[in-house]
Design a protein around this ligand. Structure first.
Ligand SMILES: *[C@@H]1O[C@H](CO)[C@@H](O)[C@H](O)[C@H]1NC(C)=O
Ligand SMILES: *[C@@H]1O[C@H](CO)[C@@H](O)[C@H](O)[C@H]1NC(C)=O
Ligand SMILES: *[C@@H]1O[C@H](CO)[C@@H](O)[C@H](O)[C@H]1NC(C)=O
Ligand SMILES: *[C@@H]1O[C@H](CO)[C@@H](O)[C@H](O)[C@H]1NC(C)=O
Ligand SMILES: *[C@@H]1O[C@H](CO)[C@@H](O)[C@H](O)[C@H]1NC(C)=O
Ligand SMILES: *[C@@H]1O[C@H](CO)[C@@H](O)[C@H](O)[C@H]1NC(C)=O
Ligand SMILES: *[C@@H]1O[C@H](CO)[C@@H](O)[C@H](O)[C@H]1NC(C)=O
Ligand SMILES: *[C@@H]1O[C@H](CO)[C@@H](O)[C@H](O)[C@H]1NC(C)=O
Ligand SMILES: *[C@@H]1O[C@H](CO)[C@@H](O)[C@H](O)[C@H]1NC(C)=O
Length: 451
């Protein structure tokens, strides 16, 4: 049975092997049979057919589809990539080679995928044709998000030593002075990597560079894993810094894992948004960011949002605005919901304005309005364990600021082993308000604290 399968079914197609199919293969593309179909490796692997973590073929048992590289920064290969993904779908592998550049200049609907590997050792780069992309993109009503492409389907691995480059500079320059949450903003910028309706998707090894807006956004997705990723967004123009280039965002996602990852961006490092459950983060490094945040949630009137079951462990947060943070909207026209069962453990924070913060007066709302229209997001069972390092001193001696909404339940907030110093002086202070029950450490009401 095994011999029959191995010798008869393995396809041996090369770009030039089949004349009838030749005209369907784009110039410079090829389809090669799996390494494991070569005679010697077939004999030696007869008794060990490996499967990946989803029960599919491993890399060496997959046929490999390659495409030509781009000749210059406008030489668009998006049709070739789409062709390759269709050819590799259902058991194959697309390989983008080291040292080569692949330019994407057209929007791509990649929601048809099922059991595919995409190995990126070269650089995938988007054109910065702002006019084209603002007219051609995929739009999501949530915070008016747009993207270049959408990844969806089942069992998708994207990995390698390469780069996905959003070519963000022109976008940051164009956006300069604008605000993403300003209702009048019309200068939409694409998200670099977006999944929608995906189940089982793993992204590893890659450098996600210079996203015009959020770096990743997962929507309606189940089981997404990022491992060993490097994200940065660095401007060459001092008068237009990257904005809203968050590391990780999500909406209606169950199972979001980020491990062994470094993020160097000027906005949220990791910030799951509404309806994200079963979150696992370990060994994350964030520099210059707005922190690891649960939320914001509760933005849209009448809409119920939640975030639950998050485990955040061994995170380093340097030179940022916030460290470990929870944020929920308040105001006359916002939503409601809950954040429940969140643990921050072993968090090293340095030179950060607000190392620990629970903010229920998001976004851009003053104290008077927040008191009149308090947040309706309940916050329950949140642990801050072994959080250490230093603040920037910007908030005086205050290193933790936990001010719950009088309009919602806030209970089961627990702090333990908090050792954060402030350059403004000692002892450092923990501020709390409207929390039911003991929080495990001494804390001051807001009017007794400085900063
Ligand atoms: C880029 O390469 C394409 C494809 O070879 C070519 O048509 C185009 O003229 C080149 N553009 C520039 C600016 O060199
Ligand atoms: C989601 O993807 C599945 C296949 O993975 C498909 O059957 C279904 O129609 C998709 N749902 C939507 C809303 O696109
Ligand atoms: C830098 O950004 C500013 C603001 O968008 C823009 O006016 C200027 O042209 C940019 N400088 C360069 C060298 O591109
Ligand atoms: C914590 O994460 C850092 C990366 O930020 C890593 O170098 C270190 O080994 C991790 N520590 C443990 C105990 O896993
Ligand atoms: C960290 O971010 C600061 C600015 O916030 C920057 O000056 C510094 O180079 C970054 N460090 C690393 C290692 O990327
Ligand atoms: C979150 O899920 C609830 C259903 O539990 C749904 O009504 C709501 O629209 C979702 N929120 C968002 C922003 O999609
Ligand atoms: C809380 O979240 C953790 C994951 O961080 C999970 O293992 C645990 O079951 C959750 N607890 C409850 C009561 O759901
Ligand atoms: C918030 O907590 C209150 C009091 O326990 C409860 O009545 C309400 O249903 C909760 N809201 C949500 C969205 O879970
Ligand atoms: C607070 O914001 C509200 C609503 O935007 C505004 O009407 C009010 O004047 C503001 N109050 C203060 C003290 O700034």
């Amino acid at each position: 049975m095994k011999l029959y399968f191995l010798f008869i079914v393995v396809p041996l197609v090369g770009a030039s092997a089949n004349a009838a199919e030749n005209h369907l293969v784009p110039a410079g593309a090829s389809i090669d049979s799996p390494q494991s179909s070569h005679l010697l490796s077939r004999l030696s692997s007869l008794h060990q057919k490996f499967k990946d973590n989803w029960g599919n073929a491993v890399e060496q048992d997959r046929h490999t589809v390659t495409i030509r590289a781009s000749k210059n920064d406008t030489d668009d290969i998006s049709d070739d990539l789409l062709w390759a993904l269709k050819k590799a779908n259902q058991g194959g592998l697309v390989h983008l080679k080291k040292g080569k550049k692949y330019i994407i200049g057209r929007k791509l609907d990649l929601t048809f995928l099922k059991d595919v590997y995409v190995r990126i050792d070269g650089e995938l780069k988007f054109t910065n044709d702002i006019k084209y992309w603002q007219a051609n993109n995929f739009y999501y009503a949530f915070q008016k998000s747009i993207t270049f492409w959408v990844w969806g389907g089942k069992d998708i691995k994207i990995y390698g030593s390469g780069v996905i480059n959003g070519n963000g500079q022109a976008w940051w320059d164009g956006f300069s002075g604008a605000e993403i949450l300003d209702p009048n903003n019309k200068f939409y910028r694409p998200i670099l990597f977006l999944t929608d309706n995906a189940t089982n998707i793993e992204i590893s090894g890659l450098h996600l560079k210079d996203s015009p807006c959020w770096t990743t956004f997962m929507v309606r997705t189940k089981n997404v894993v990022f491992d060993n990723i490097y994200i940065d967004a660095v401007s060459k123009n001092a008068s237009s810094l990257p904005k809203n280039t968050d590391g990780f965002d999500s909406l209606n996602v169950d199972g979001l894992t980020v491990t062994n990852t470094r993020v160097n961006v000027g906005d949220d490092c990791f910030s799951p948004k509404p309806n994200t459950t079963n979150i696992f983060v370990k060994n994350l490094w964030c520099n210059g960011t707005h922190g690891v945040s649960m939320g914001s949630i509760g933005q849209y009137p009448g809409v119920k949002d939640y975030i639950s079951n998050a485990w955040i462990e061994n995170v380093t947060l340097l030179n940022g605005q916030n460290g470990a943070r929870l944020k929920a909207w308040a105001g006359p026209d916002v939503g409601y919901g809950y954040i429940d069962n969140i643990t921050f453990k072993d968090i090293h924070i340095e030179n950060t304005d607000a190392p620990i913060v629970l903010d229920q007066c998001y976004f851009n709302i003053n104290k008077t309005a927040c008191a009149a229209y308090p947040s309706k997001v309940n916050i329950t069972n949140v642990n801050f364990l072994n959080i250490y390092g230093s603040s920037s001193g910007k908030k005086g001696n205050v290193v933790a600021d936990l001010i719950c909404s009088p309009g919602a339940t806030c209970s089961g907030i627990h702090l333990e082993d908090i050792q954060i110093t402030s350059p403004s002086g000692s002892p450092s202070q923990i501020v709390c308000d409207n929390i039911q029950g003991d929080i495990g450490v001494e804390c001051l009401p807001v009017n007794k604290a400085d900063g």
